[in-house]
Design a protein around this ligand. Structure first.
Ligand code: SF4
Length: 254
């Protein structure tokens, strides 16, 4: 293989990775600007930079459909291959979040588990299946209609709770995600998510089921799906909370 062919294959590989990343952010189209020659040159430059270790920026820019998706991509870019806290040492993958960049509803959980760490996607293990059921079977929505993320983006060892220094290091990126999406409603899943968002030490049992405010966004605390796997009898309480969320979304639709 000559150098030109090698560069071509590398560009294709980078474009594919970049598009998959955009798709994970909820951006499902690519705007083709009339500057292909410039983009191609930029892509070739990026390949060169990647080889030298100067930059790992994506080869081709996929224009964002809105300020929010562009904002999310910028937040992901800023996060980079983050080493801001000690959780970086045990992770396989950063689990940034996924879904609709313009979602009216955002679910915020605690942190990735083993399956999420492997796949790089939030809520894909057993608890994730339960959350998916709540969204799809209960709310009659798709996962792609909402946005799902966590307080910390890297898996804590042995699925322990994230420690305060880890939450502190990672929280600015959650704040920026929420600022980019500007959802109409947030659902906080479990103690860590709700206590972080609301800056309270009050427990989920007393917080859940009634509205709180995150900035100017209504926030409904409810039990984490992992808790429901251990305590299925409380599913009906979560469903009560979710019905309130559906009613609020309906009210804000008009
Ligand atoms: S948990 Fe957050 S702050 Fe810590 S290394 Fe991962 S991305 Fe960075």
């Amino acid at each position: 293989m000559n150098e030109l062919e090698h560069d071509y294959l590398e560009i294709v590989s980078q474009v594919r990775a970049h598009l998959e990343y955009k798709k994970a952010l909820g951006i499902d189209f690519v705007e083709v600007a009339p500057v292909a020659r410039v983009q191609k040159q930029a892509a070739i430059s990026t390949v060169s930079e990647t080889r030298t270790g100067v930059s790992t920026a994506p080869a081709v820019t996929a224009s964002a459909p809105s300020a929010s998706s562009g904002g999310l991509a910028a937040v992901r870019d800023e996060l980079g291959e983050c080493t801001r806290c000690k959780l970086n040492s045990g992770r396989n993958t950063i689990v940034f979040g996924e879904g609709n960049a313009n979602a009216a509803l955002v679910f915020v959980g605690e942190g990735p588990g083993q399956e999420e760490d492997q796949q790089g996607r939030p809520f894909v293990g057993a608890a994730g299946q339960l959350l998916t059921d709540i969204i799809v079977k209960g709310m009659k929505l798709g996962r792609e209609d909402v946005y799902i993320c966590n307080i910390v983006k890297c898996r804590p060892p042995n699925n322990r709770k994230p420690e305060s220094d880890e939450v502190k290091a990672c929280e600015p990126f959650l704040i920026k995600q929420l600022q980019a999406i500007r959802p109409k409603v947030i659902v906080g899943l479990g103690n860590v998510a709700v206590q972080t968002l609301l800056k309270t030490k009050e427990g989920i049992t007393s917080l859940r089921g009634r509205w709180h405010q995150y900035e100017d966004i209504p926030l409904m605390p409810t039990f984490h799906p992992a808790y429901l796997l251990r305590t299925p009898g409380d599913k009906r309480l979560v469903w009560d909370d979710i019905k309130k969320v559906l009613a609020e979304l309906e009210k804000r639709r008009g």
